[in-house]
Each structure stands twice: as C-alpha cells, then as structure tokens.
Design a protein around this ligand. Structure first.
Ligand code: SAH
Length: 315
C-alpha cells in the first residue's frame, strides 16, 4: 500500500471494514484480548500540550502509588484472570529504573505478562527493565509530522521518540506505538505517514485514538477527533500489518457510541480495563471521561459478557 492508497482509503465514500475484519479473524479468530491497566503515578516532567497531566497544569492533585501497593493491585488483577497488565504513569523520576525493575520482577511472579508505558528512557534503562521481566512497552509516537510534534512538546522530539521505539525493538520488547486523530494541523497525509511509521519500526502493537480536549490544556478549544477516521486508521493498519495488536482505545470509547461499525469488527483485537484504585482514578485525567467505580473482578466479568454478546471470545 502506498501513501496515496492510504489517503484514498481514508477519504473513500464507503470503507471496506469487512476486509480488515477478515484479516483480524484470520490471525486471531474471534478472540478479543483483555488487558488490565494500572495508572500508578500522575507526576510528570513533560508538558505535552494535549495531556491533562502536563507539568504546567497546577490544578492537578498529584499522586503516586508505593511499590507494594502497585504489586498488590497487580496480584488482584491476576486473581481476576487478567493475563497481561499495563503499568502506566507520567514521566516520574521517583521510580528509578531500580525501583521500577523491582516492581516488575515482583509482578512477574504472578505469571502475567507485563507491559510498561512510562515514557522515554535510555537504552540501558529499558535494557534493565527487560531483564527484570518486562516484555512489552507502549510509547506512542503521537504524530509522525515533525512540525506538529514540536509544536506540542517542549520536553521531547519525534526523533528521540522514534529512537526509543527502535531501542525497545532491539531489546526484544513487543513494541507498541500509536497516534492521535484530530490534532491541530493534522491532514490525511499526516495520518498516512503515521500508519507508515508504525510499519517502518515495525511495531507489534498500536493504539490509535481520537484526540479529546482537556479543559486545562492549551488545546482546550480544539474539537475532538473523528471516530470515523479513527476506525479507518485502525482498519488500514490491520490491512497493512495483519498480526499487529490493535486496541479499541479508551479515548474512542469516550466519543463513540459503538452502535455503528463496532471497532471490534474494524480490525481491533484488544481492550484494556482500568484497575487503578478508586481514590486515584479520577486524578489520572489525561482527558475527561466518565469513570466507573473500580471493582476489578466485577468489571472484568462485565467486559467478558459484553464481548460474548458480540459473539466474540474474551481472552
Ligand atoms: N507518559 C506515558 C503515558 C502517556 S498517556 C507516555 O508518554 O508514553 C498515554 C497516551 O494517551 C498518550 O500516548 C496519548 O496518545 C494519549 N493521550 C494523551 N492526551 C490525550 C488527549 N487529550 N486525547 C486523547 N488521547 C490522549
């Protein structure tokens, strides 16, 4: 698929979602993989213009969970039948590679796969975390357009982001990237570049979600990204990279009714559920969303029934 093919598909009158769904089914059958996500700290050194947790936002009450508490929640997730846990945070220097490594080694004893999503680090730090038992890492490139990227970030560059992704790949991590739909100045050309960047890494996972404005950020009056373009971007990524893992992103859930073209029939094969303790959940506000009260066991069961109601299989 050339860049022009991708652009043409993004703006086609009718989109062939069935093709993407068939490719998903060929590789993963009717399975939908469920992951737990634990948001363990909202302290962040970065100033990403779209993110509610950016360090300039003085309205956020900051929290960080202690290592023992993180391990404890992970153990509850394992008991609720989760096979993978994603540990996500802002870029918080409190968790040195040594501390994070100890958390990972402890959680690895539950038998769950561990995914980290804690931002940019050096090759050696990623290497240490890999050795401690982290198998996957999520670090979205956010946008493949250098100009847009630098207009949104002071603390990071697209070049370093991509270098981190390549380092993760070299270290044998299952590597996840992804991007947002609806950032200011983004065009269909940018989105085609985003998809091709996933392929060039090449990524094992990609989270593609609509941008959602947060009232306490510089982008507060930018409208949210299109659900239709988000689904098309997911479907095209599936066509281009048949075995990649593609989550139904939480941000898509915020703005999509799931009535028309359910994302699980557009190429997505993964969904995440928050296991973040209630007291911290609302403080981890990257973008506004309505939150349920955390009940790890009950929410997992409800999600499984929802997936079964679509005639799909929760894993
Ligand atoms: N600090 C980690 C985790 C970031 S939060 C890191 O830098 O990797 C996870 C993802 O949420 C981001 O990568 C971004 O793609 C998404 N995100 C942040 N703000 C958003 C917003 N306003 N709307 C939609 N998605 C957003």
């Amino acid at each position: 698929m050339t860049k022009q093919n991708i652009i043409d598909l993004l703006k086609a009158d009718v989109f062939p979602y069935d093709e993407a769904n068939e490719i998903k089914r060929k590789h993963f059958g009717d399975n939908i993989f469920i992951r737990a996500i634990l948001e363990f700290s909202n302290h962040c050194r970065c100033d990403c213009a779209y993110c509610g947790l950016n360090c300039e936002n003085k309205n956020v009450k900051r929290f960080r969970m202690m290592p023992d508490d993180i391990v404890h929640v992970a153990q509850q997730a394992a008991a609720a039948n989760y096979k993978t846990i994603v540990l996500q945070s802002g870029e918080d220097a409190f968790y040195t590679p040594k501390i994070l490594g100890e958390i990972v080694s402890e959680i690895a004893k539950t038998g769950m796969s561990i995914t980290l999503s804690c931002g940019e680090m050096s090759f050696d730090d990623y290497k240490h975390l890999r050795q401690c038992g982290a198998e996957r890492y999520l670090l979205k490139h956010e946008t493949a357009d250098e100009k847009i990227y630098s207009s949104l970030h002071r603390t990071s560059s697209l070049q370093n982001r991509v270098a981190c992704l390549k380092n993760l790949k070299r270290l044998g991590f299952e590597t996840g990237s992804g991007f947002m739909i609806g950032l200011p100045n983004q065009t269909l050309d940018t989105i085609a570049e985003d998809i091709l960047l996933l392929k060039s890494i090449p990524c094992d996972m990609a989270g593609i979600g609509p941008f959602i404005p947060h009232p306490q950020t510089k982008l507060h009056d930018v409208p949210h990204g299109s659900t239709e373009i988000t689904k098309r971007a997911v479907a095209i990524t599936r066509m281009l990279m048949p075995t990649i893992h593609l989550p139904a992103t939480t941000s898509l859930g915020v703005v999509d009714s799931f009535e028309k073209d359910n994302i699980f029939f557009c190429g997505a094969d993964v969904i995440m559920r928050k296991v973040t303790p209630n007291e911290f959940k609302s403080l981890y506000e990257i973008y506004p969303s309505s939150l349920t009260k955390t009940d790890i066991l009950k929410e997992r069961e409800e999600l499984e029934s929802y997936i079964r109601s679509l005639n799909l299989i929760p894993v």
